[in-house]
Design a protein around this ligand. Structure first.
Ligand SMILES: *Cc1c(COP(=O)(O)O)cnc(C)c1O
Length: 476
């Protein structure tokens, strides 16, 4: 179990930069949580971690369920303690934009479940992605990514991040290592390789091991969006990824009731190289502000420089903070992550097999189907399956797609995934609107594509619902 607590905060002094900073030190130094002498079981198994990791009842009025701390700031008691907490010499929180105890539980629990060294919770999956990419490539740089990414990510990479000097070279197949290597070799401007472990809606699987090995040979980190599989089905860091991002809005929280995101970090990447000067420059907030010698994030945190800097520079200074109430809902959702995702994945496979046998279905995109294994990647990396999202193509076109969506009764038509309720959507009209025609063709989304996200209902009812929709759209 992770035994440290993220601390820090912002005292919000009115008189400007220098006086508002000393406490920042606190969020960088990490020390063990004070724990009363109670029975504390070592936590090793996933299903045990999802209900226990990161939470100490003894430090929370003996509540065994996570506690919501809605307060903006934390009592410092006296000036000596204020000074110590601000400098990171004593455990404690200061201000909830930087760290909050409810969020700490979520961060530690997800880090534990993800096999990560540390995590930062943020207000949405897009905030997690934006912060991770800018933290690596700020000031000008290039990212290598496949076309096959979440619609918001694609739009940001293509149209927004370039305004901040961060451009993206899109590749058709991120598993084409020869091509990816030709793009990063001898190019100091490349700052990160980014991909989704399992893409949406076609469930293309990335070979993270091979991509990480290639990236690392060139001194570049691999950032993986692991939203679809969740930590239950896949651990990108164990496969070599350096940074992982999540939309907690999806299967991680799992109930379609709260927007949130997380960034997790491994502890192996060397951030001290010339390619990433931002991690080696002396930081006022890590040195002089606390009356210490000038220090950089690399000096203060070594391989955790990236995740600590993300909290202190991006979360603290641009402020996409997750609310404690949302964090609590996501913690509740996490408690059943394994149970939900395993059932939803098993049902998704049943539904995919049903669709595969339908006369009016021209293609089923689900890497979990035995016939669609990607070069052995799925059996090697996803022994428990690839998750609850799949897509298929209907005979006909936009007219049949619309009719099918209008005829389902149990599937809910909305642009989300990973809910306990089954969802249906037409990506060309909704989730993939941001994609150019060219990009849609590459990622396999067209007017006949329908995406499903399978929930916890009986697969019998789901299949019956799809059957009656087929009968309505294609009468015999
Ligand atoms: C939904 C999603 C996001 C964005 O997450 P939000 O919480 O909606 O900001 C990013 N990546 C993937 C794969 C997603 O499905």
């Amino acid at each position: 179990m992770l035994d440290c607590v993220a601390r820090g905060g912002n005292g919000e002094y009115p008189q400007g930069f220098a006086s508002s900073i000393p406490h920042i030190h606190a969020a960088v130094a990490q020390t063990p949580t004070a724990q009363k002498d109670r029975k504390i079981m070592p936590i090793e198994q996933f299903d045990t971690s999802q209900v226990h990791a990161g939470f100490d009842p003894a430090a929370n009025a003996d509540s065994v369920a996570p506690v919501i701390y809605p307060n903006a700031a934390f009592w410092l008691e006296n000036s000596q303690r204020g000074h110590n907490v601000a400098n990171g010499d004593e455990p404690g929180y200061l201000y909830s934009r930087v760290a909050n105890p409810t969020l700490t539980v979520l961060e530690q629990r997800v880090a534990q479940l993800d096999g990560a060294a540390e995590a930062v919770a943020v207000a949405s999956g897009m905030a997690a992605i934006t912060y991770a990419l800018l933290n690596a490539a700020e000031g000008g740089g290039r990212i290598i990514a496949p076309y096959d990414v979440y619609g918001g990510t694609f739009d940001s990479l293509r149209t927004l991040l370039p305004k901040f000097g961060v451009t993206t070279t899109f590749v058709e197949d991120i598993n084409d290592l020869t091509h990816v290597e030709s793009l990063i070799r001898d190019d100091d401007s490349v700052k990160a390789v980014f991909a989704e472990s399992v893409s949406n809606p076609t469930t293309h699987v990335t070979d993270v091991d091979a991509l990480a090995e290639l990236s690392h040979r060139h001194g570049i980190p691999l950032i993986i969006d692991n939203t679809l599989p969740t930590p239950y089905l896949y651990h990108p860091i164990e496969h070599g990824a350096d940074i992982v991002v999540y939309s907690a809005t999806k299967a991680l929280g799992g109930h379609g009731n709260a927007i949130g995101g997380l960034v997790t970090s491994g502890d192996r990447f060397d951030w001290s190289t010339q390619r990433y000067p931002q991690f080696s420059e002396p930081e006022w907030v890590l040195g002089e502000a606390a009356g210490r010698a000038p220090r950089s994030f690399v000096e203060a945190a070594g391989p955790l420089a990236f995740i600590r800097r993300l909290r202190l520079k991006y979360l603290r200074l641009t402020g996409a903070v997750l609310g404690p109430f949302e964090a609590y809902l996501q913690l509740l959702g996490l408690e059943t992550l394994q149970e939900r995702v395993s059932k939803e994945t098993a049902s998704a496979l049943e539904v995919a097999k049903f669709l595969d046998a339908q006369p009016h279905v021209t293609a089923v995109h689900y890497a979990g189907l035995p016939g669609s294994e990607q070069r052995g990647l799925v059996p090697r990396d996803y022994p428990r399956g690839v998750g609850s999202v799949l897509s298929f193509e209907l005979e006909g076109g936009a007219e049949q797609t619309a009719a099918f969506i209008n005829h389902v009764r149990l599937f809910r038509y909305l642009a989300n995934i990973g809910d306990v309720r089954s969802l249906i959507v037409d990506p060309a009209n909704t989730t993939h609107r941001e994609f150019t025609q060219e990009a849609r063709a590459i990622v396999g989304v067209n007017a006949s594509t329908i995406r499903l996200s399978i929930g916890l209902e009986s697969p019998k009812d789901l299949i019956a619902d799809l059957s009656q929709a087929f009968e309505a759209v294609y009468p015999r």
